[in-house]
Structures are given as C-alpha cells and as structure tokens.
Design a protein around this ligand. Structure first.
Ligand code: CTP
Length: 410
C-alpha cells in the first residue's frame, strides 16, 4: 500500500480494555505512517493493557484518558475534550472495541471520556468505525450480535473480526483484525462509493499453457494492474470476483479470488460468474496460443540433438466471448478490455475496441509497465480517448473504476 493513503486525515483512535490493545500500538504507527494525524483516547481499562506513554510516543500527541482532567483549560480553550476532540476528527476509530464498550455505546452511555466523545460527535460529519475484539464465545453471544446489529443501524461502521487462535488459547471468530487489515479498511472507508452493491468480475495475471508436466509457456504479466482494479472496485463498494492466473500477489481485502492456470480454465471460471456480474474487466494477459497435445510425461532428450516440434492451437478469446453474450449486448454487463501494445497505442486501442466489441478499452505500453508499480493509461471509447497520466497502479485503478461507473450510469 502506498505510504500516504491517509494524508490530511485526522483520526481519533480510541482504545477500550482488551488484550488486543497490544495491536493498537502497531495500528497507531501504521495510521501515522499512512499520513494521518492521530489523537489517542483510552478508557481506564485500556491503560491496564498498554500504557498511555507508549501510545503517546507512537502518535506524537499526549493521550486523553480522564474526562475530568483540565489540560485543555490550560491552553485557554473551553476544557471540553469530549466536544473538541470529536469536532476535529475525520473519523473516530475504536480499536480494540471490547464487548463491554460496544454495549455501552449502544445505550448512549457517557461514563468515560471515550464513550462520551462518541456520543457527543456530530453524527452526520464524524463517522464511527469499530474494530471489535473479544473471546469467541463473547462474540457469538446473542447480546453481542444484537449490539453489533444495532450499532450498525445507528450508523456505525463495524469492521469484521479476525478468525483463529485467541489470546485465551481458544480458536474461533472474535479476535481483532490485524493492524494492516484495519488500515486497509480505513483507507477503503474514505474512498467514494461509486460501485456500491455492484458485482465486478475481473481477470488478471498471465495464463500458463503447459507443454509437459514440468514445462510451459507463459508471459511477463505480474497481475498488479488487475489486482489493483480488484482492490479499487472493492473499496468503491463492489462485490468483486478476481479470476487470476499464476501470480505472486496477496488477494486484496474483501475480494473473492479464483485461481486458474490455462486460458481455458480462465474462460470456464469467467463464464461461471459472468451471469451475475454488472461489470467485466479483462485485464489478464491471456496466452493467444497453447501447445497442441500437451504431453502427459516429461519430454526427454533422446541424444540425437533433435528438438521437439511444438504445434500450437489458438486459445479462446475470453473477452470477445463474454462481450458477445446477450447480457453484454443488452448493456446489462459492461465490458472493459485492455491492450498491451509496444507502439501506436491510440490506433491499436481503437481498432481493438471495435474488434472485441466492448464499450471501453484501456491501452498501455506493455514493456513500460510489466512488473512495475506505476503505469499510464489511455481510455478509448465511442466518444474518443482520455489519458490517465503516470501514477501508481492503485491510483490509476481508482480513477478507472470511477470512469467505468460514470460511463455505465450515462
Ligand atoms: N483477451 C482475452 N482472451 C484472449 C486474448 C485476449 O480475454 N485469448 C483479452 C485481454 O484480457 C485484453 C484484451 O483481450 O483485455 C486484449 O488482448 P491482446 O492480447 O492485447 O489482444 P489480441 O486480441 O490478442 O490482439 P494482438 O495480439 O493483435 O495485440
């Protein structure tokens, strides 16, 4: 993730009492590294798990705990930290949020500074993001589940819980998400929701066409652009399915990933999801040909110096196949193609858009971008073309997602 995703954002990071407070230290550091300014507020319970000194050092600001302290009065202000702290914030993030703290929020209790400032925040302007953390039995308890549902109904953004081994030794749902996942969810929270409720199907990466069990033909696509589009679409509120060839990339949060190897496997996976999709983005570098008659056994040298004669057959064109479907032709499924060219980008992109029969084609210079984190894109549609200047693949992906949503709506 780029380092300054939260530049200009001011967050109140609230800690309630729980063993997951140890992760709040790393979270605080990650938020600051991402460019946010962070004001830490702790419940008295939280101070039993981690000291305000630690949180102060990581946030570079004095920590607030006590609703009665008169620190604010010393600077001539109104001595109302519960009012002042929330007014400045772009969001209040409670991490960890204990079962008890959520129960207190739910009832609008104001018996400590953190609960008080959550209650006193301007509802329409300062969102509340909650990262629950508790034992699995506590998490599953109907009281907690009822509280989570009610907190959501009251407008809070409750994050998922993590799954796995817990501090108490039990295994299950309920532990706090890892700091990097909370950071990703907070970054996503601030993105425009241009694809809320939409379903997006994406292909990414290369395909691998086997010659025999140990050899194959593939290409230099890293999958980074397709993965960035999957992340951007998920951040924009879409339900994303990412069909990926062999790549070494982490699946973006909240994205359903389907791993495939060959072009034909990719086509089958795409066809099984295309019926439910609103968008299809073909970002994969699909091998145009596969070896005719893959050998079941490793091809051996026979000592004669002769080389094996490989014959090729053409692979199915996944994008063209989907673009010709009834749903795509009726406009129910909006298809986007990619073109990796080495020269004459505009001309080739225009021709390719027509040939593939898609409303939008995204061109880039392949050799300039393979494996890199940066790129430049050229968007070509029936109206003309538009350049997205050099930026990180994630920035470009967010711009592309916004353009897709705008064009589809128009
Ligand atoms: N594509 C696909 N299935 C294929 C080949 C390509 O879905 N078998 C998709 C790619 O994902 C991309 C677009 O089609 O969105 C363009 O692919 P590209 O290989 O660049 O174009 P080709 O049609 O193969 O044309 P050329 O080789 O002449 O550049």
């Amino acid at each position: 993730m780029s380092t300054l995703e939260l530049a200009g954002k001011h967050l109140v990071l609230g800690l309630s009492g729980g063993i997951a407070c140890y992760k709040a230290a790393e979270l605080c550091r990650a938020l600051v590294k991402a460019g946010a300014s962070v004001q830490v507020v702790m419940t008295e319970g939280a101070t039993h798990f981690i000291t305000p000194t630690t949180m102060q050092a990581l946030s570079n600001r004095p920590v607030y705990v006590d609703p009665w302290e008169d620190r604010a009065a010393a600077d001539g202000s109104n001595n109302m930290p519960h009012i002042n702290l929330s007014r400045e914030a772009d969001a209040i993030l409670i991490a960890p949020a204990s079962a008890d703290f959520m129960a207190r929020l739910l009832h609008g209790r104001a018996d400590d500074l953190l609960a008080l400032l959550c209650l006193a925040r301007p509802l329409a302007r300062v969102p509340l993001i909650i990262a629950p953390a508790m034992n699995r039995e506590m998490w599953q308890h109907p009281a907690t589940q009822r509280n989570v549902a009610q907190l959501r109904a009251d407008g809070a953004h409750v994050l998922d819980v993590g799954q796995g081994e817990q501090a108490c030794g039990e295994v299950g749902d309920g532990r706090m998400l890892e700091p990097e996942d909370i950071l990703a969810d907070v970054v996503a929270f601030f993105q425009p929701q241009s694809m809320r409720g939409q379903r997006v199907l994406i292909t990414a990466g290369p395909t691998y066409e086997a010659i025999d069990p140990v050899r194959g033909i593939t290409n230099r696509s890293s999958g980074k652009m397709g993965f960035a589009i999957a992340q951007a679409a998920a951040e924009a509120g879409a339900e994303v399915t990412l069909v990926s060839g062999p790549v070494a990339l982490k699946t973006p949060r909240h994205v359903q990933r389907v791993d495939v190897r060959s072009a034909r496997e990719m086509l089958a996976a795409v066809q099984s999801h295309a019926d439910q999709a609103d968008y299809f983005v073909a970002c994969a570098a699909v091998a145009d040909w596969r070896v005719d008659g893959e050998s079941e056994r490793k091809i051996k040298k026979d000592g004669s110096g002769d080389t094996p004669a490989l014959r090729f057959v053409e692979n199915p064109d996944i994008l063209a196949t989907i673009a010709q479907s009834e749903r795509a032709e009726s406009g129910a499924l909006y298809c986007v193609g990619f073109a990796a060219e080495s020269h004459d980008l505009l001309k080739h992109a225009q021709e390719k858009r027509q040939r593939k029969g898609v409303p939008l084609l995204v061109g880039n210079i392949g050799p300039d971008t393979f494996g890199h984190d940066h790129n430049r894109l050229l968007l070509v549609d029936a109206q003309g073309s538009m350049e997205l200047p050099e930026a990180s693949k994630l920035t470009l992906a967010r711009e592309l997602v916004a353009e897709m949503a705008r064009r589809r709506a128009a």
